[in-house]
Design a protein. Sequence first.
Length: 366
Amino acid sequence: MVAECRAAPDEDPLDCIWISRSPIPAASGIAWALGWMTDEFARDGIAVKRVAEAGLNLVAPDPERQSRYRFREAGNIQALAAHALGVPTRVIGLTWIDEGQAIMVRPDTRIMEPGDLRGLRFALPGFARTRGESIARGMALHGIQNALALGGLTLDDVQMIEVPAPPVEQPSAEGMRRLWLGLEWLAAGRIDAVYVKGAAAAESAARLGLSVGLDLDAYPSRLARVNNGTPRPITVHADMIERHFDIVVRFLEQTLRAADWASGNLAELKHILTQETLSDISGVEAAYRGDFHRSLHPDLSRDRIEMLATQANFLWLHGFLDRRVDVERWVDPRPLEAALARRSDPEGAQARRFETLALPLPLIPT
Protein backbone atom coordinates (compact mmCIF):
# COMPACT_ATOMS: atom_id res chain seq x y z
CA MET A 1 0.00 0.00 0.00
CA VAL A 2 1.54 3.33 -1.07
CA ALA A 3 1.40 6.01 1.58
CA GLU A 4 -0.22 9.35 0.94
CA CYS A 5 2.16 12.29 0.51
CA ARG A 6 3.06 13.94 3.78
CA ALA A 7 2.71 17.69 4.13
CA ALA A 8 5.82 17.97 6.29
CA PRO A 9 8.98 19.20 4.58
CA ASP A 10 11.19 16.34 5.86
CA GLU A 11 13.58 15.07 3.21
CA ASP A 12 13.90 11.47 4.48
CA PRO A 13 12.42 9.15 3.72
CA LEU A 14 11.21 10.12 0.26
CA ASP A 15 7.61 8.95 0.12
CA CYS A 16 6.11 10.98 -2.72
CA ILE A 17 7.03 12.44 -6.09
CA TRP A 18 4.98 14.80 -8.23
CA ILE A 19 4.58 14.99 -12.00
CA SER A 20 3.40 18.32 -13.37
CA ARG A 21 0.30 18.10 -15.52
CA SER A 22 0.38 20.28 -18.60
CA PRO A 23 -2.12 20.02 -21.48
CA ILE A 24 0.34 18.59 -23.99
CA PRO A 25 1.36 15.12 -25.21
CA ALA A 26 4.20 14.08 -22.89
CA ALA A 27 5.65 10.60 -22.54
CA SER A 28 5.89 11.02 -18.76
CA GLY A 29 2.18 11.87 -18.62
CA ILE A 30 1.38 8.86 -20.78
CA ALA A 31 3.41 6.64 -18.45
CA TRP A 32 1.37 7.98 -15.55
CA ALA A 33 -1.93 7.48 -17.41
CA LEU A 34 -0.96 3.86 -18.13
CA GLY A 35 -0.21 3.29 -14.44
CA TRP A 36 3.46 2.58 -15.01
CA MET A 37 4.79 5.42 -12.86
CA THR A 38 2.63 4.32 -9.94
CA ASP A 39 3.68 0.68 -10.32
CA GLU A 40 7.38 1.52 -10.65
CA PHE A 41 7.62 3.37 -7.35
CA ALA A 42 4.95 1.53 -5.32
CA ARG A 43 7.41 -1.14 -4.22
CA ASP A 44 9.45 1.59 -2.54
CA GLY A 45 6.42 3.02 -0.77
CA ILE A 46 6.58 6.14 -2.95
CA ALA A 47 3.31 7.69 -4.09
CA VAL A 48 3.14 9.38 -7.50
CA LYS A 49 0.87 12.40 -7.83
CA ARG A 50 -0.09 14.69 -10.71
CA VAL A 51 -0.17 18.41 -10.04
CA ALA A 52 -1.66 21.01 -12.38
CA GLU A 53 0.36 24.15 -12.93
CA ALA A 54 -0.91 27.60 -12.17
CA GLY A 55 1.41 30.47 -12.92
CA LEU A 56 5.14 30.42 -12.35
CA ASN A 57 4.97 28.08 -9.35
CA LEU A 58 7.13 25.38 -10.92
CA VAL A 59 9.96 24.31 -8.64
CA ALA A 60 10.14 27.17 -6.20
CA PRO A 61 13.39 27.80 -4.25
CA ASP A 62 11.80 26.98 -0.90
CA PRO A 63 11.66 23.99 1.47
CA GLU A 64 8.32 22.64 0.25
CA ARG A 65 8.57 18.95 -0.56
CA GLN A 66 6.51 19.27 -3.71
CA SER A 67 8.99 21.73 -5.21
CA ARG A 68 11.99 19.52 -4.50
CA TYR A 69 10.43 16.29 -5.71
CA ARG A 70 8.60 17.45 -8.83
CA PHE A 71 9.25 16.29 -12.39
CA ARG A 72 8.09 18.64 -15.14
CA GLU A 73 7.73 17.87 -18.85
CA ALA A 74 6.06 20.98 -20.21
CA GLY A 75 6.60 24.29 -22.01
CA ASN A 76 9.98 25.97 -21.90
CA ILE A 77 8.90 29.56 -21.25
CA GLN A 78 7.98 28.98 -17.62
CA ALA A 79 10.90 26.62 -17.08
CA LEU A 80 13.37 29.18 -18.45
CA ALA A 81 11.75 32.04 -16.53
CA ALA A 82 11.91 30.12 -13.25
CA HIS A 83 15.55 29.16 -13.78
CA ALA A 84 16.39 32.76 -14.70
CA LEU A 85 15.02 33.72 -11.26
CA GLY A 86 17.51 31.32 -9.65
CA VAL A 87 15.38 28.20 -9.22
CA PRO A 88 17.89 25.29 -9.14
CA THR A 89 16.34 23.04 -11.75
CA ARG A 90 18.21 20.87 -14.24
CA VAL A 91 17.15 19.77 -17.72
CA ILE A 92 17.32 15.97 -17.88
CA GLY A 93 15.69 15.50 -21.29
CA LEU A 94 14.27 17.37 -24.28
CA THR A 95 11.39 16.31 -26.50
CA TRP A 96 10.24 17.61 -29.85
CA ILE A 97 6.66 17.05 -30.96
CA ASP A 98 5.24 19.05 -33.85
CA GLU A 99 1.86 20.15 -32.60
CA GLY A 100 -0.05 22.09 -35.17
CA GLN A 101 1.69 25.47 -35.25
CA ALA A 102 -0.09 27.71 -37.72
CA ILE A 103 -1.17 31.22 -38.65
CA MET A 104 -4.97 31.30 -38.74
CA VAL A 105 -6.95 33.70 -40.93
CA ARG A 106 -10.54 34.17 -42.04
CA PRO A 107 -11.59 32.16 -45.11
CA ASP A 108 -11.71 35.34 -47.23
CA THR A 109 -8.04 36.17 -46.51
CA ARG A 110 -5.90 34.65 -49.25
CA ILE A 111 -2.43 33.62 -48.11
CA MET A 112 -0.40 31.80 -50.78
CA GLU A 113 3.09 32.20 -49.29
CA PRO A 114 4.76 33.74 -46.20
CA GLY A 115 5.33 37.05 -48.00
CA ASP A 116 1.55 37.52 -48.14
CA LEU A 117 1.56 38.13 -44.37
CA ARG A 118 2.98 41.63 -44.90
CA GLY A 119 0.75 44.36 -43.50
CA LEU A 120 -1.66 42.07 -41.64
CA ARG A 121 -2.94 42.86 -38.14
CA PHE A 122 -1.76 40.10 -35.76
CA ALA A 123 -3.13 39.36 -32.30
CA LEU A 124 -0.55 39.79 -29.53
CA PRO A 125 -1.74 38.74 -26.06
CA GLY A 126 -0.87 41.14 -23.28
CA PHE A 127 1.61 40.45 -20.52
CA ALA A 128 0.33 38.34 -17.63
CA ARG A 129 0.95 39.24 -13.96
CA THR A 130 4.66 38.48 -14.47
CA ARG A 131 6.68 38.36 -17.66
CA GLY A 132 7.67 34.76 -17.07
CA GLU A 133 3.99 33.78 -16.87
CA SER A 134 3.18 35.49 -20.17
CA ILE A 135 3.13 32.21 -22.09
CA ALA A 136 0.51 33.23 -24.65
CA ARG A 137 2.40 36.41 -25.51
CA GLY A 138 5.75 34.62 -25.77
CA MET A 139 4.32 31.88 -27.99
CA ALA A 140 2.53 34.34 -30.28
CA LEU A 141 5.49 36.69 -30.68
CA HIS A 142 7.96 33.94 -31.55
CA GLY A 143 5.47 32.12 -33.77
CA ILE A 144 4.71 35.29 -35.71
CA GLN A 145 8.40 36.11 -36.09
CA ASN A 146 9.12 32.58 -37.35
CA ALA A 147 6.30 32.76 -39.90
CA LEU A 148 7.43 36.15 -41.18
CA ALA A 149 11.05 35.02 -41.45
CA LEU A 150 9.98 32.33 -43.91
CA GLY A 151 9.07 35.16 -46.29
CA GLY A 152 12.05 37.36 -45.53
CA LEU A 153 9.94 39.64 -43.35
CA THR A 154 10.33 40.91 -39.79
CA LEU A 155 7.99 41.99 -37.00
CA ASP A 156 8.22 45.53 -38.39
CA ASP A 157 6.34 44.38 -41.51
CA VAL A 158 3.07 43.68 -39.66
CA GLN A 159 0.82 45.39 -37.11
CA MET A 160 0.57 44.03 -33.58
CA ILE A 161 -2.84 44.43 -31.96
CA GLU A 162 -2.88 43.80 -28.20
CA VAL A 163 -5.57 41.43 -26.99
CA PRO A 164 -6.19 40.75 -23.29
CA ALA A 165 -3.83 38.32 -21.59
CA PRO A 166 -5.49 35.01 -20.74
CA PRO A 167 -5.93 34.41 -17.01
CA VAL A 168 -3.25 32.45 -15.16
CA GLU A 169 -5.13 29.40 -13.97
CA GLN A 170 -4.93 25.66 -13.66
CA PRO A 171 -5.46 23.86 -16.98
CA SER A 172 -9.08 23.20 -17.92
CA ALA A 173 -10.98 22.84 -21.17
CA GLU A 174 -12.50 26.30 -20.74
CA GLY A 175 -9.15 27.75 -19.73
CA MET A 176 -7.52 26.38 -22.87
CA ARG A 177 -10.17 28.09 -24.99
CA ARG A 178 -9.47 31.39 -23.22
CA LEU A 179 -5.79 30.98 -24.07
CA TRP A 180 -6.70 31.60 -27.73
CA LEU A 181 -8.87 34.68 -27.28
CA GLY A 182 -7.37 36.15 -30.45
CA LEU A 183 -9.37 33.64 -32.48
CA GLU A 184 -12.61 35.30 -31.32
CA TRP A 185 -11.22 38.68 -32.40
CA LEU A 186 -10.19 37.19 -35.75
CA ALA A 187 -13.64 35.75 -36.39
CA ALA A 188 -15.15 39.15 -35.54
CA GLY A 189 -12.88 40.95 -38.03
CA ARG A 190 -11.00 42.97 -35.40
CA ILE A 191 -7.66 41.49 -36.53
CA ASP A 192 -6.41 39.59 -39.58
CA ALA A 193 -4.25 36.75 -38.25
CA VAL A 194 -3.52 34.71 -35.12
CA TYR A 195 -0.65 32.38 -34.26
CA VAL A 196 -1.90 29.13 -32.70
CA LYS A 197 -0.57 25.74 -31.66
CA GLY A 198 -1.98 22.55 -30.22
CA ALA A 199 -5.21 20.62 -30.02
CA ALA A 200 -7.35 23.13 -28.12
CA ALA A 201 -6.45 25.89 -30.59
CA ALA A 202 -7.26 23.67 -33.58
CA GLU A 203 -10.60 22.78 -32.02
CA SER A 204 -11.46 26.44 -31.33
CA ALA A 205 -10.43 27.57 -34.83
CA ALA A 206 -12.58 24.88 -36.46
CA ARG A 207 -15.54 25.83 -34.28
CA LEU A 208 -15.23 29.45 -35.45
CA GLY A 209 -14.90 28.51 -39.13
CA LEU A 210 -11.36 29.89 -39.49
CA SER A 211 -8.76 28.74 -41.99
CA VAL A 212 -5.06 27.88 -41.89
CA GLY A 213 -3.23 30.68 -43.67
CA LEU A 214 0.25 29.28 -43.08
CA ASP A 215 1.08 25.82 -41.73
CA LEU A 216 4.44 26.10 -39.96
CA ASP A 217 4.63 22.32 -39.59
CA ALA A 218 4.78 22.02 -43.39
CA TYR A 219 8.22 23.65 -43.62
CA PRO A 220 11.27 21.39 -43.36
CA SER A 221 13.36 23.63 -41.11
CA ARG A 222 12.67 23.05 -37.43
CA LEU A 223 13.98 26.54 -36.70
CA ALA A 224 10.66 27.81 -38.08
CA ARG A 225 8.93 26.03 -35.20
CA VAL A 226 11.17 26.77 -32.20
CA ASN A 227 8.72 27.95 -29.55
CA ASN A 228 7.35 27.21 -26.09
CA GLY A 229 6.83 23.48 -26.70
CA THR A 230 9.57 22.89 -29.25
CA PRO A 231 11.80 21.75 -27.75
CA ARG A 232 10.07 20.85 -24.50
CA PRO A 233 12.33 20.33 -21.46
CA ILE A 234 11.99 17.72 -18.75
CA THR A 235 13.21 19.39 -15.57
CA VAL A 236 13.74 18.40 -11.96
CA HIS A 237 15.26 20.05 -8.91
CA ALA A 238 19.05 19.67 -8.73
CA ASP A 239 18.71 18.32 -5.18
CA MET A 240 16.65 15.43 -6.50
CA ILE A 241 19.47 14.41 -8.83
CA GLU A 242 22.11 14.59 -6.12
CA ARG A 243 20.15 12.88 -3.35
CA HIS A 244 17.86 10.54 -5.28
CA PHE A 245 19.68 9.87 -8.54
CA ASP A 246 18.17 6.41 -8.93
CA ILE A 247 14.61 7.75 -8.66
CA VAL A 248 15.34 10.25 -11.44
CA VAL A 249 16.77 7.49 -13.64
CA ARG A 250 13.76 5.25 -13.04
CA PHE A 251 11.41 8.13 -13.90
CA LEU A 252 13.20 8.48 -17.22
CA GLU A 253 13.10 4.72 -17.81
CA GLN A 254 9.30 4.75 -17.54
CA THR A 255 9.13 7.84 -19.76
CA LEU A 256 11.18 6.10 -22.44
CA ARG A 257 9.04 2.96 -22.05
CA ALA A 258 5.87 5.01 -22.60
CA ALA A 259 7.40 6.60 -25.71
CA ASP A 260 8.10 3.10 -27.04
CA TRP A 261 4.50 2.08 -26.33
CA ALA A 262 3.10 5.20 -28.02
CA SER A 263 4.99 4.44 -31.23
CA GLY A 264 2.95 1.25 -31.71
CA ASN A 265 -0.42 2.18 -30.20
CA LEU A 266 -1.69 5.26 -32.01
CA ALA A 267 -5.41 4.68 -31.48
CA GLU A 268 -5.03 4.16 -27.73
CA LEU A 269 -2.62 7.10 -27.56
CA LYS A 270 -5.16 9.46 -29.14
CA HIS A 271 -7.69 8.52 -26.46
CA ILE A 272 -5.15 9.33 -23.72
CA LEU A 273 -4.30 12.63 -25.43
CA THR A 274 -7.92 13.79 -25.37
CA GLN A 275 -7.60 13.62 -21.58
CA GLU A 276 -4.09 15.10 -21.46
CA THR A 277 -4.71 18.00 -23.88
CA LEU A 278 -8.24 18.79 -22.64
CA SER A 279 -9.53 18.52 -26.20
CA ASP A 280 -11.69 16.21 -28.26
CA ILE A 281 -10.48 13.67 -30.82
CA SER A 282 -10.89 16.11 -33.74
CA GLY A 283 -8.61 18.62 -32.03
CA VAL A 284 -6.02 15.94 -31.29
CA GLU A 285 -6.06 14.70 -34.89
CA ALA A 286 -5.79 18.23 -36.30
CA ALA A 287 -2.84 19.18 -34.10
CA TYR A 288 -0.86 15.93 -33.99
CA ARG A 289 -0.33 14.48 -37.43
CA GLY A 290 1.97 12.16 -39.35
CA ASP A 291 4.30 10.06 -37.22
CA PHE A 292 4.24 12.29 -34.14
CA HIS A 293 3.54 9.22 -32.00
CA ARG A 294 6.94 7.81 -32.91
CA SER A 295 8.88 10.82 -31.62
CA LEU A 296 7.94 11.21 -27.95
CA HIS A 297 11.33 9.95 -26.72
CA PRO A 298 13.40 12.46 -24.74
CA ASP A 299 17.01 12.99 -25.71
CA LEU A 300 19.75 15.55 -25.22
CA SER A 301 20.98 15.76 -28.78
CA ARG A 302 23.08 18.71 -29.85
CA ASP A 303 20.38 20.12 -32.15
CA ARG A 304 17.71 20.11 -29.44
CA ILE A 305 20.01 21.81 -26.95
CA GLU A 306 20.89 24.45 -29.55
CA MET A 307 17.22 25.05 -30.35
CA LEU A 308 16.45 25.49 -26.64
CA ALA A 309 19.29 28.02 -26.53
CA THR A 310 17.69 29.81 -29.51
CA GLN A 311 14.42 30.02 -27.60
CA ALA A 312 16.18 31.22 -24.44
CA ASN A 313 17.92 33.98 -26.40
CA PHE A 314 14.65 35.07 -28.02
CA LEU A 315 12.90 35.29 -24.64
CA TRP A 316 15.79 37.26 -23.16
CA LEU A 317 15.89 39.75 -26.04
CA HIS A 318 12.12 40.33 -25.82
CA GLY A 319 11.96 40.84 -22.07
CA PHE A 320 10.50 37.54 -20.82
CA LEU A 321 13.49 36.54 -18.66
CA ASP A 322 15.11 38.28 -15.68
CA ARG A 323 18.56 37.21 -16.83
CA ARG A 324 20.16 35.17 -19.58
CA VAL A 325 20.06 31.41 -19.11
CA ASP A 326 23.17 29.41 -19.99
CA VAL A 327 21.42 26.40 -21.48
CA GLU A 328 24.60 24.33 -21.70
CA ARG A 329 25.11 24.59 -17.93
CA TRP A 330 21.42 24.03 -17.25
CA VAL A 331 21.49 20.57 -18.86
CA ASP A 332 22.56 17.55 -16.78
CA PRO A 333 22.91 14.50 -19.07
CA ARG A 334 23.79 11.96 -16.35
CA PRO A 335 20.30 10.61 -15.51
CA LEU A 336 19.34 10.07 -19.16
CA GLU A 337 22.68 8.43 -19.91
CA ALA A 338 22.09 6.05 -17.00
CA ALA A 339 18.50 5.30 -18.10
CA LEU A 340 19.60 4.53 -21.66
CA ALA A 341 22.43 2.33 -20.38
CA ARG A 342 19.98 0.30 -18.28
CA ARG A 343 17.63 -0.16 -21.22
CA SER A 344 20.47 -1.41 -23.42
CA ASP A 345 21.64 -3.87 -20.73
CA PRO A 346 18.63 -4.80 -18.58
CA GLU A 347 20.45 -7.73 -16.93
CA GLY A 348 22.89 -5.35 -15.29
CA ALA A 349 20.30 -2.73 -14.38
CA GLN A 350 19.65 -3.89 -10.84
CA ALA A 351 23.33 -3.97 -9.95
CA ARG A 352 23.89 -0.51 -11.40
CA ARG A 353 20.85 0.78 -9.51
CA PHE A 354 22.60 0.23 -6.22
CA GLU A 355 25.91 1.46 -7.60
CA THR A 356 24.45 4.81 -8.65
CA LEU A 357 23.02 5.35 -5.19
CA ALA A 358 26.53 5.29 -3.78
CA LEU A 359 28.17 7.56 -6.36
CA PRO A 360 29.25 11.01 -5.11
CA LEU A 361 27.70 13.34 -7.68
CA PRO A 362 29.11 16.88 -7.82
CA LEU A 363 26.66 19.75 -7.72
CA ILE A 364 26.34 21.73 -10.94
CA PRO A 365 26.32 25.53 -10.40
CA THR A 366 23.24 27.48 -11.44
